[in-house]
Design a protein around this ligand. Structure first.
Ligand code: 13P
Length: 256
């Protein structure tokens, strides 16, 4: 069985005080009982190295929120995959709707990042999902398949081996309006069946996680069906006590 994965996407939040408080609390309260899941923290770039040091001797890993499509050179303001590897990053989030929306990143651009992440041995967390409008027009399936197809077409199907696909409906992100388990199941199964039609084995090595307004009050609904292998959590990961309680609630469902 795949080990459950919980990723805290801090987005553009945090400072040294916040980090010390949050990481210390997590280490103190749950590090020793984290056998049931893999926990990873995705802070803003500038804190990756600092947090990497704090996380030494723990099982908690580090995730980057983004990466550039270049390895080195005159690209002011960018960070390369080699640099992320240098500071101990394990997973890299790409295709997040906030980058698609605010930084005009398209599928082609995301596929270049995907290729580099795999080439350098890190694990991509490929975010996909439909907007509210696309959902209303029954286009969700079409949109997520296009987001995947552009990765496959620019590379090939084997590149999807050992990756994470995060279904994050755009309308659910930061809105307090999570997708329900039937909606999640419909999309995840659709993607799985599509991938199986291309390669019967590939889905066995893909993690499917969900993101979009996951919090302490709705956490139970995601366990009503055995469909996802983890969460990508934004807002609810920003208050350590609440985040710890969310992880403890998750444990209840995973450990019998
Ligand atoms: P929220 O949990 O704040 O909705 O954010 C989800 C997300 O975008 C994780 O990447």
């Amino acid at each position: 069985m795949k080990k459950f994965l919980i990723i805290a996407n801090w987005k553009l939040n945090g400072n040294f005080n916040f980090i010390d408080k949050n990481i210390n609390l997590i280490k103190e309260k749950i590090n020793n009982s984290l056998y049931f899941c893999n926990l990873s923290i995705a802070p803003p770039y500038v804190y990756l190295n600092y947090i990497n040091n704090l996380l030494k001797k723990t099982s908690i890993s580090l995730t980057a929120q983004n990466v550039d499509i270049h390895i080195k050179g005159s690209f002011t303001g960018e960070i390369s995959i080699k640099m992320l590897k240098d500071v101990g990053v394990k997973y890299v989030i790409i295709g997040h709707s906030e980058r698609r929306l605010f930084h005009n990143e398209n599928n082609n651009f995301v596929s270049k990042k995907f290729f580099l992440i795999k080439k350098y041995g890190l694990i991509p967390i490929l975010c996909l999902g439909e907007t509210e409008e696309q959902k209303k027009n029954n286009q969700a399936e079409k949109i997520v398949i296009k987001q995947i197809n552009d990765i496959i077409e620019n590379n090939n199907i084997d590149i999807l081996n050992k990756i994470i696909i995060a279904y994050e409906p755009v309308w659910a992100i930061g809105s307090g309006k999570n997708a329900n388990i039937d909606e999640i199941q419909k999309i995840v199964l659709f993607i799985k069946n599509y991938l199986i039609s291309l390669n019967t084995k590939i889905v066995e090595n893909i993690y499917f996680i969900y993101g979009g307004s996951v919090n302490n009050s709705n956490i139970d609904i995601f366990f009503k069906k055995n469909i996802i292998n983890g969460f990508l959590i934004g807002k609810a990961s920003l208050e350590a006590e609440k985040f710890i309680s969310l992880i403890k609630k998750t444990k209840k469902y995973l450990v019998n």
